[in-house]
Structure formats: structure tokens, C-alpha cells
Design a protein around this ligand. Structure first.
Ligand code: NAD
Length: 395
């Protein structure tokens, strides 16, 4: 049965169907391991009262081979219809003007939040001294900013036309080398800012998080990044006045470069972070590196108004290690924890999280992490999943 969104609420049936894209490359390894672990946790938590029916939908190379299409309409329809889904990594088709499949999915469903929780697991080796202080949730705007893809290459008639408009109609004199410049446009809107900041505030309040920080470069880009800051504060004061007054919501802001420094110097100062697209890209990767890197960072793309959400492995298809049973499935596993929390199945989510904590704490991990642990024991991808299942305890 399908998840529905009614009167602003997500309605989740006990026998829920979740569409999934297996993913290319290592997707074929991490997806079955993740499903096995989630099925086990759901069975342990709800004793058969709740179950997940996994519905495979196609995208990427597997889809291209089977159907001739990289992203068939049926896949898009399934995510639209079933509301909540999960995906492994996809090969980006090269050439032919194809959009990245990930970008296509985000744009079609207007998934305006890229959600990246970042926390450290005891036992995982980190390049920083006190990784236990890193516990942040990043709300990265997903649809606007310099990432909107509005740009013109140097030397083209379009770039010439844009330059003419800038200089002749807008009186711009600041383009340093006009004839050899490429140009990009950075749209940042009130609506785009407000829906992101609203989602971040609601998340902070619902999860009893101590505060929200708006990260921006408003000191330099006053109307775009500065607008984001100002509209963010205005929204908070307008819609969450009570929470601010009572001290339940503390909202502040910081310049992006200072923020990146501070994440190393005093990461405990930040909890929920809202930021624009480009800043969010850098921030997510730095924070992921601070807690163990690419194999362990989960993510989701969400539209909190329609409810549509796609949870995903944040790494790529890792062709260099595909098929060797060595890939770390933690990114997709932790994304599935996010999915369980999103649909309100918190008991099952907690079972997966505790079992992963216990696994890492005992020095067991896939080789990308185990080789840095003092007494690390390298496990294959499948064995790592089995180990997690064996460590599931229900009180
Ligand atoms: P990648 O993330 O696939 O790999 C980068 C490096 O990290 C490789 O050495 C890889 O072995 C390692 N790595 C990645 N995930 C790992 C894991 N879970 N466990 C252990 N090691 C891991 O990035 P890439 O090589 O730049 O991209 C390969 C393909 O993936 C490209 O086609 C790219 O377009 C695609 N891609 C897809 C997504 C996505 O679907 N979300 C994201 C990034 C890249």
C-alpha cells in the first residue's frame, strides 16, 4: 500500500510499499544488504504488524540495457505515486545533452531540500581530534543558486548577447575581461529561501535540536546570499515568534568561510544548518570527511510540502571496487534509517542505528574504515550487513 499525504500529514500504512532503484556499480551490492538489514529491523520492532514491500523501479545503466531509457517515465511515476523511495548511485550518462539522472529526479519532483545529517560513530577513525562533537543536520537548498544551470560559455553568441545586455542596458562596468568571460546567473528567491528555512526550523523543533544557523556569504553577495539571510530571519520571526520568545528556537547566522573554520574549531556550536546550494555542497563534504568520509554519509532529497522524498547513497557507483564485496554499505544503510524516521517508524530506525554503533565500536567495518582502526577487522559488504543483523537487540 502507498504512503499518502493528507491535510499536510504523511499517512503511512502498516504494509507499506517503497519503490527503490538498485543503482549501478556498487548499487547492486549495497541495495540488497540495506534491504536485508531494514527488513530484519522492521521484523524485530513490529513482529509482523508492519512490513515493507520493496518495489523495484529502473534507472541508470540497468534500465538503459532493459528498456533503452536511462530514466523511464514509469520510474518517475512510481516516485510521484508512492511518495517515499530510495535509490542507489547512478552512472551519469556522458554526452548527448542528458541531464544527470539525480538532477532530473530532483527537478521533476521539486525536491527542494537536500538533507544531510552528519554524526560520528564511536570507533570510526576521523581526521579531527574530537569527532564526537560533530552532530549537525544540513538543510541545503536544492533548486536555486548558481547551481540552477543558467550559464553561457565564453565566445558564444549567447555570452555576447548577455554581455551586451549587461553593459548597454544595465550599465555594468565591472566585468574585468568582458570578451573572454563565461557568465552564470545566481537566482535566489524569497519563496525558495522561505520553504527551506521553514523546513529546517520545523525539523529543529520536532527533534529538540538546540538551534538553527543560517550560513551565507551575504557580506559579499548582498542581494542573493544576503537576501537568504534576511528572508530567513524574517520568516522565523513571522511564523515562529512564540518559539523564539520562549527560547525553544534560537536562530543565528554566520558567514560561510567562518563557518567552515568553526566546524573544525568548535563543531559543537552548530546543530541544524540552513544554507544555499553551493555552500551546502562544500559544507556537506567537509563534514562528511570529518566523521569518516564518503562511504558513511547518508542523504535525502525532500519536498516537505508534497511529502515526496528520495533517500540515497551520497557516493557514486565506485566502478573501481564494484563486484568485489568490499564496498561500504553504510551510506545507504543510514539513508534507510532516515527513511524509517521520515515515515515515523522510529523503533526500527533505532534498532539499525544501535546495531551499527555496536558494530563500529567493536572495530568491525568494511576495509575502507577498518584499515584505519587500531584493531580493525575488515568485513566484506555482505558480512558487514550480517554482523549488523546479529547485533540487533530488542529490549
Ligand atoms: P565515487 O563516489 O563513485 O567514487 C570515488 C572514490 O570513493 C572511489 O575510489 C570509490 O571506490 C570510493 N568509494 C565511493 N563510495 C564508496 C563506498 N561506499 N565504500 C568504499 N569506497 C567508496 O565517485 P566517482 O568515481 O567520481 O563517480 C563514479 C560514477 O558515479 C560516475 O558515473 C558519477 O557520475 C556517478 N556518481 C553518482 C552519484 C549518485 O548517484 N548520487 C554521486 C556521485 C557520482
Amino acid at each position: 500500500m502507498k504512503v499518502r499525504k493528507e491535510n499536510g500529514k504523511l499517512i503511512v500504512p502498516d504494509q507499506v510499499t517503497i519503490p527503490f532503484i538498485e543503482g549501478d556499480g556498487v548499487g547492486r551490492e549495497i541495495t540488497p544488504v540495506t534491504q536485508g538489514v531494514v527488513n530484519e529491523a522492521v521484523a524485530k520492532a513490529y513482529k509482523g504488524k508492519r512490513t515493507i514491500g520493496w518495489k523495484e523501479v529502473f534507472a541508470g545503466e540497468k534500465s538503459f540495457r532493459a528498456t533503452g531509457s536511462w530514466l523511464p517515465d514509469e520510474t518517475m511515476d512510481a516516485f510521484r505515486e508512492y511518495i517515499v523511495g530510495i535509490k542507489g548511485p547512478l552512472t551519469t550518462p556522458i554526452g548527448g545533452g542528458m541531464r544527470s539522472l539525480n538532477v532530473a529526479l530532483r527537478q521533476e519532483l521539486d525536491l527542494y531540500v537536500c538533507l544531510r545529517p552528519v554524526r560520528w560513530f564511536k570507533g570510526v577513525v576521523s581526521p579531527v581530534k574530537e569527532p564526537q562533537k560533530v552532530d549537525m543536520v544540513i538543510f541545503r537548498e536544492n533548486t536555486e543558486d548558481i547551481y540552477a544551470g543558467i550559464e553561457w560559455q565564453q565566445g558564444t553568441p549567447e555570452a555576447q548577447k548577455f554581455l551586451k545586455f549587461l553593459t548597454e542596458e544595465m550599465g555594468v562596468k565591472k566585468v574585468r575581461f568582458p570578451e573572454t568571460s563565461s557568465f552564470g546567473v545566481k537566482p535566489v528567491s524569497i519563496e525558495g529561501t522561505e520553504r527551506l528555512v521553514r523546513a529546517a526550523i520545523r525539523y529543529a523543533l520536532a527533534n529538540h535540536r538546540p538551534g538553527l544557523t543560517l550560513v551565507h556569504k551575504g557580506n559579499i553577495m548582498k542581494f542573493t546570499e544576503g537576501g537568504f539571510r534576511n528572508w530567513g530571519y524574517a520568516l522565523a520571526e513571522r511564523e515562529f515568534a512564540e518559539e523564539i520568545k520562549s527560547g525553544r528556537l534560537i536562530i543565528n547566522d554566520v558567514i560561510a568561510d567562518a563557518f567552515l573554520q568553526n566546524t573544525l574549531l568548535k563543531p559543537e556550536a552548530y546543530s541544524v544548518v540552513a544554507t544555499l546550494n553551493l555552500n551546502g555542497d562544500y559544507i556537506s563534504d567537509q563534514l562528511a570527511a570529518m566523521v569518516g568520509g564518503i562511504g558513511i554519509a547518508p542523504g535525502a532529497n525532500i519536498n516537505y510540502d508534497s511529502g515526496h522524498a528520495i533517500f540515497e547513497a551520497t557516493h557514486g557507483t565506485a566502478p573501481d571496487i564494484a563486484g568485489k564485496n568490499i564496498v561500504n554499505p553504510s551510506s545507504l544503510l543510514l539513508s534507510s534509517v532516515m527513511l524509517l524516521e521520515y515515515i515515523g517508524w522510529n523503533e526500527a530506525a533505532a534498532i539499525v542505528t544501535s546495531a551499527m554503533e555496536a558494530t563500529f565500536e567493536s572495530g568491525e567495518a568494511t576495509s575502507d574504515l577498518a584499515r584505519f582502526m587500531p584493531d580493525g577487522k575488515s568485513l566484506g559488504t555482505k558480512e558487514f550487513g550480517e554482523n549488523i543483523m546479529n547485533k540487533m537487540n530488542v529490549s
